[in-house]
Design a binder for this molecule. Sequence first.
Ligand SMILES: [Cu+2]
Length: 375
Amino acid sequence: MDKPTRPDLMRRRSLLMGGLAAAGGTAICTSAALGQQPASHAGHAVPAGTVVADPMPGMGHGAMMTVGDVDSAVNGFDPTDMLTDWDTGTVSTLPDGRTLRTFEMTAEDREIEIAPGIRFPAWTYNGRVPGPALRAKEGERLRIVFRNYASHPHSIHFHGIHAARMDGVPGAGMVDPGDEFVYEFDAKPFGCHLYHCHAMPLRRHIHKGMYGAFVIDPDPERRPEHAEVARSRLLGTPENAGWQELVMVMNAFDTNFDAENEFYAVNTVAHAFMKRPIRIVKDKPVRIYLINVIEFDPINSFHLHANFFDYYDQGTTLTPTLKTVDLITQCQAQRGILEFTFAEHEPGLYMFHPHQTEFTELGWVGMFDVVEALA
Ligand SMILES: [Cu+2]
């Protein structure tokens, strides 16, 4: 007589096979492949041939992690580099003396690797997911030249203040394949914003990868009551250079197009910052521009271990909207600025992750590597 088989295990095996076939992938950890199904948490059954690694010594049982590395050279972008890779465009002066800041943006279809061996047919801005982290100064004139080299109509909808005809929604600023549109508006309000495609169906265009950070630094001269704080946010000032600034876009991927996410990350690659912790010099304060663009899951969050931070909701104030918290929650498109320091801590690895712990298991978790000083 054949060995009895458990129906739930059989179902999970078939889900695993289906998921891998849809993603065109190879080896991933069990939890990542099965995590969509509540039943997968019931036992310890592991399909034959699946490797569950423990790449963080000391974390022991339950340290579920993808196996191997994503080839950043093939992707053309690297999650670590993205933390500090600001696109400040090109600057010129308008006849009235104001600064004009021009950005070049494209839409391109591009297959990207989001976890080792897991390729995803993305729609991208400038060939990367998330798109370029645009950064400007309050009051500048912004010009964004957008060319669509992709296979579908796309647009750029900026979270900011602008005219209706610059909104990047159907009827205004939608760009057909092969066409170009120039968005132009003033940089306001200052804060931590985002942009994304607003073509229909909206959630599919966003989820495919068409989003990015859009940060407007405050003008210290317009904020005399908080000029020093404003200067600390203004890229290029000595005060700003005293900070370690990071841009983190929390995203996720539905690899089998069932309107649920199979992988979660910051800056696209699952577990990237577990395998390569983010170096933090302990004497320099940290400022994170944090943006949530996860589709299909209504809520995401950021929790910092062993420390607390101040939070500036949407980044539009120079005094904190939340003080001394270790967890903030963000709905879709919500964002803000986190500020904290490890100055009083001993060096070591400090974890951060959402407290939607299933997201953690599926890739959205990382470590700060706090060091005394850069070697
Ligand atoms: Cu689009």
